[in-house]
Design a binder for this molecule. Structure first.
Ligand SMILES: [Zn+2]
Length: 143
């Protein structure tokens, strides 16, 4: 009997490369100093599509929120397109978190959504629903 090492099949090699790449990506994602906002909500890297919607505008809006690349003052200030980056009503950094969860300007929409049902409140805890509601709020504001 001859025992030959024939190495990986091509599909096994692809799988090994994929696993190794994702591991390296995760290490970088855990240690990098950029993208910390998104890291708080999406701490595990993956190649799956995070969100899709039939409406391209909604999908773009939600993706911008998720990545903190939207037209809120805090992010506009970072690219020198807003003088202070502060919310004009609350005088705090107008971040995604502030806009969705804290801002007096969106409190009416939050109250309506939260009053809809307990289920809505529970679903807010889940990332996808959080982003979907955020998208609706931004659509209402035309951001
Ligand atoms: Zn505010």
């Amino acid at each position: 009997m001859i025992d030959l090492d024939i190495g990986f099949e091509l599909s096994e090699a692809y799988q090994a490369v994929t696993v190794y790449s994702i591991q390296q990506w995760q290490v970088q994602w855990d240690t990098d100093i950029t993208g910390r906002h998104y890291n708080q909500t999406e701490s595990t890297v993956s190649t799956r599509v995070k969100y899709s919607n039939k409406c391209r505008h909604t999908e773009v809006t939600i993706t911008r929120l998720r990545l903190s690349k939207c037209k809120l003052n805090y992010y506009m200030h970072k690219i020198h397109k807003h003088p202070t980056g502060l919310c004009s009503i609350c005088n705090k950094d107008e971040t995604v978190t502030h806009f969705l969860l804290e801002c007096a300007a969106s409190s009416t929409y939050r109250a309506v959504l939260l009053a809809c049902s307990r289920l809505v409140l529970e679903l807010l805890l889940f990332y996808a629903m959080y982003l979907r509601i955020a998208g609706y709020i931004l659509l209402l504001y035309h951001l």
